[in-house]
Design a protein around this ligand. Structure first.
Ligand code: MG
Length: 419
């Protein structure tokens, strides 16, 4: 885990990019600071303002930033980073990151290197799934929207135009090197009540910024930092993506209520037998191919550990129908030879991105043909691996339990022969 971002804010941020007051833009529509939701007498918890981070929250610029950062490292004569290393090590304010890896190169030199390479690569930047729908949701609910980002104004202009997101942001502050030093003034300039304001970001620095401003905070898993890093920063909420945040706000009457659909955690962990939300039944499948290898997927919501595809059973759906559907959605594979292996209690696993109580129905199966695996946006990587070799990978605990059970029972380890 990175050790970045734990210090106190500097009294005055460096300003080679023209930091505070950063470029201030105003969209041309009149602002109405009234949220549509209501919670009886508890209106203080309603979120009326959202401050967004940009990179990793609204757009996916990670591939382009990695290309540009490695161009910097090459020119500085230091080793390049893999994507995983970069996600672990990159931190804001980014001067801290560069001070650690290329302390012998002045920032005045690093910047032109970075921006030249980024300009070449930034056509790879794309809108994140759910981002546009979430911005439209904010507009419908008359939530005021702000941007507080370290992105360079030239890159922001191009990316905002390409995604069409600029029209959804009421005020944008870009080239802000240390957001902690800026958020107080942002709140004051717009008269935002801290308890009605939510900061959404993908990095520890974003959550720390929310703490500095005294506002609510939501971490998303669509960007740079991993679950463990984000959890350590202490956000009010961690969501997989903005689509989940939207559902949380709808369910909570525009407040930050805990999601209702995942087996409300505290009931099970703190007061067994408490009459709260019941556990959530899910299915998961260890898929064998014709060569006898099994498919593993790596997901951010399981702390970037390797696991099996699967998901929740829908009302009215049988468990095996849910298994076929989930595996098709998440891998593009059709399966046969389904065999039930075991059921696991999964209560508030620290490996899962938030507190939840699942009942995991675990199966083995085989894919009908060795077609290409097509992941949806829930997983970031996949691999086919021998069952024995799988045990040497960083697996999430339920998957390790399942694989151990399959290895111990030969009839499960060869489902390709099952008719
Ligand atoms: Mg970010």
């Amino acid at each position: 885990m990175t050790n970045c971002g734990a210090g106190a804010p500097r009294a005055r941020a460096r300003r080679s990019h023209g930091d505070a007051p950063a470029p201030l833009r105003r969209r041309g529509r009149e602002l109405v600071g009234v949220a549509a939701g209501a919670e009886g007498g508890r209106v203080a918890r309603v979120i009326r303002n959202i401050i967004f981070d940009w990179s990793g929250t609204l757009v996916d610029d990670l591939p382009a930033v990695l290309v540009a950062s490695n161009a910097v490292f090459r020119q500085a004569g230091v080793a390049e980073m893999s994507l995983d290393e970069f996600r672990r090590e990159f931190c804001l304010p980014f001067k801290r990151f560069y001070d650690r890896y290329v302390p012998h190169v002045p920032l005045e030199q690093l910047e032109p290197w970075f921006h030249a390479a980024f300009r070449e690569a930034q056509d790879q930047v794309t809108a994140l799934p759910h981002a546009r729908a979430f911005l439209e949701f904010c507009r419908e609910r008359r939530v005021r929207t702000f941007l507080l980002s370290s992105v360079h104004s030239l890159h922001y202009d191009r990316q905002a135009a390409a995604t069409g997101f600029a029209e959804f942001i009421d005020f944008s502050y870009v080239q802000v090197w240390d957001k902690r030093a800026r958020i107080g003034r942002l709140l004051a300039e717009h008269g935002l009540a801290a308890h009605e304001t939510l900061f959404v970001g993908d990095m520890e620095h974003d959550i720390e910024t929310a703490h500095f401003g005294g506002v609510r905070s939501c971490a998303v898993l669509t960007g740079y930092n991993e679950v463990e890093q984000l959890r350590a920063a202490g956000p009010d909420l961690i969501v997989e993506h903005l689509g989940e945040l939207q559902q949380v706000l709808i369910d909570g009457g525009m407040s930050l209520a805990e999601p209702r659909s995942e087996g409300k955690p505290g009931a099970a962990t703190e007061t067994p037998g408490h009459d709260g939300e019941p556990p959530v039944p899910t299915v998961g499948g260890l898929i064998f191919n014709a060569a006898g290898r099994v498919l593993l997927v790596r997901t951010r919501k399981w702390s970037d550990l390797w696991g099996i595809p699967g998901g929740k059973i829908k009302r009215g759906e049988t468990a095996t129908a849910a298994l076929r559907r989930e595996l098709r959605e998440e891998t593009g594979l059709e399966i046969d030879g389904i065999r039930f292996v075991l059921v696991q209690d999964c209560i508030a696993s620290p490996e899962f991105y938030r507190d939840a109580h699942f009942l995991l129905l675990n199966y083995v199966c085989r894919c009908r043909q060795d077609g290409p695996v097509v992941l949806n946006d829930e997983a970031q990587a996949h691999q086919w691996v021998d069952l024995e070799a799988a045990t040497g990978l960083p697996l999430n605990t339920p998957t390790r339990v399942l694989i151990d059970a399959v290895r111990a029972a030969p009839e499960f380890a060869a489902p390709a022969t099952v008719r």
